[in-house]
Design a protein around this ligand. Structure first.
Ligand code: UDP
Length: 455
């Protein structure tokens, strides 16, 4: 069959080195993509950093390098520069070392699109380069327009932004690096920088799928070698074969223990609100309190991920006082949680992975976007995919407890709740279709491997 053919094609001929920027939201999709390539017969080596606390199974090889955090410049935006200085130095040596093993030399570097210098290194060494975008196609296209001067902000406050193949968007729906340009100039430069050489990349890979973003995918594919290859979620979650849960790994956080799954096991179907703001977002102490009170007032069961570094912002004794209704954990196996039958609603910051995971597992969302691409993802969740509602922020920039309580009800109750659930389940079916054998993303991966092997 076709898959076997691809596997045969890949098996002896190509070795891919995969290089994510070492933050959790970039590691997860690139690790899962690596595994998918390996399952089709490619040899894959993933570059990880020495601060990882958990390693994946052995379907791919891992090479550990320092992440540069031991260097002196600890400025907020400097992480990428530090990683660049370390990784760009070790990458050529690493490739040489891997090639020294003989059997299957490195032919391709799949690099995180925010590390455009990796393409230059790959090409200097005569290798192919594929840029892997860990954000949505829509967000990537917006950054492209910005980098090419076809999106001008400034005079646009209150107006709608018109971009090819995209819905009308308010300025506030754009990524925060654009709508609030003065806040993170270095990060804006960074996300735009990837377009400095992306036209030289041999492939542009996106963690998305055609049906989800069809218009903007078509627009991109008409001009660049674009391939959607997502959602990069282990298929056992899409198939609900949860007995084997060893399919994840490579975490920068201590893996959440099984207690929260046991806790979920005791809850009725569709009854729990899962709350997480991902691996980076920080809420203010006041906002944490409003959130805590809103959850309590909703009178729903809730599972809330509060990272260890954020824990001191919780109201005193909250976890103990709320323990009848809620469980607070520092980190959890999110896919397992979202795939659990008790899941009723995901209160999410709308990081791209979380958004895609919720859609792919049929969980309606309560969107609480914070920064970066999250406002744009929230816009799509509510207006395009119609699988969630978005909280309203008051004039002081706060989301009040009453608003949180009301939105939880909207997602979990009545006809509106049913409609959001139906839509989420529809996206889940489309996601599974895309990655199943012969689906759009599966086909793109097969094509990508055949094209690579032929080069
Ligand atoms: N995640 C997890 N456990 C948690 C919280 C998050 O495994 O308790 C995972 C989640 O499944 C997702 C990633 O961490 O794959 C977060 O990426 P996302 O793009 O949603 O947000 P970011 O952390 O980049 O803001």
């Amino acid at each position: 069959n076709k898959q076997l053919e691809t596997r045969e094609m890949g098996s002896t001929k190509a070795h891919a080195l995969v290089l994510p920027f070492p933050v959790q939201g970039h590691i997860n999709p690139m690790l899962q993509f690596s595994k998918r390539l390996a399952s089709k017969g490619l040899k894959v080596t993933l570059v990880a950093t020495t601060n990882s606390v958990q390693a994946p199974d052995n379907s791919i090889d891992i090479e550990y390098i320092p992440d540069g955090s031991d260097q002196t410049d600890q400025k907020k935006d400097a992480g990428l520069e530090r990683f660049k200085s370390v990784a760009s130095r070790v990458l050529p040596d690493l490739i040489e070392k891997l090639n020294g093993y003989g059997s299957c030399p490195v032919k391709l570097v799949v690099y995180d699109s925010i590390l455009p210098w990796a393409l230059d290194i790959a090409h200097e060494l005569g290798l192919c380069g594929a840029s892997f975008f860990t954000q949505s196609c829509a967000v990537s296209a917006i950054y492209y327009h910005m980098s090419h001067g076809s999106l001008e902000i400034g005079s646009l406050e209150g107006e709608n932004v018109v971009l090819p193949s995209m819905p009308l968007m308010g300025v506030k729906d754009l990524p925060s690096f654009i709508s609030d340009m003065d806040a993170y100039p270095a990060l804006l430069r960074l996300v735009l920088d990837r377009f400095s050489n992306f036209e030289k990349a041999d492939w542009l890979l996106f963690n998305s799928f055609d049906k989800l973003e069809c218009e903007v995918v078509n627009w991109m594919a008409s001009q660049w070698p674009t391939k959607t290859v997502g959602p990069t979620i282990p298929s056992m979650y899409l198939d609900k074969r949860l007995e084997d849960d060893k399919d994840y790994g490579l975490s920068l956080f201590k893996p959440g223990d099984e207690d929260c799954i046991k806790w979920l096991d005791t809850k009725e179907s569709g009854s729990v609100v899962y709350v997480s703001f991902g691996s980076l977002a920080n809420l203010g102490e006041d906002q944490m309190e409003e959130l805590a009170c809103g959850l309590k007032q909703s009178n729903r069961y809730f599972l809330w991920v509060v990272r260890a570094s954020e824990e001191s912002k919780l109201p005193t004794n909250f976890a103990t006082e709320a323990s009848e209704k809620g469980l607070v954990v520092n980190w959890c196996p999110q896919l397992k949680v979202l795939a659990h039958p008790a899941m009723g609603c995901f209160m999410t910051h709308c990081g791209w992975n979380s958004t895609l995971e919720a859609l792919s597992l049929g969980v309606p969302m309560l969107a609480v976007p914070q920064w970066t691409d999250q406002p744009t993802n929230a816009k799509y969740v509510v207006d395009i995919w119609e699988a969630g509602v978005r909280v309203k922020v008051d004039e002081k920039g706060m989301i009040r407890r009453e608003e949180i309580e009301m939105c939880i009800r909207e997602v979990m109750e009545g006809e509106r709740g049913n409609e959001l659930k139906r839509n989420a389940v529809k996206w889940k079916e489309f996601a599974k279709e895309a990655v199943d054998e012969g689906g759009s993303s599966d086909k793109h991966i097969d094509e990508f491997i055949s094209e690579l092997v032929r080069r």
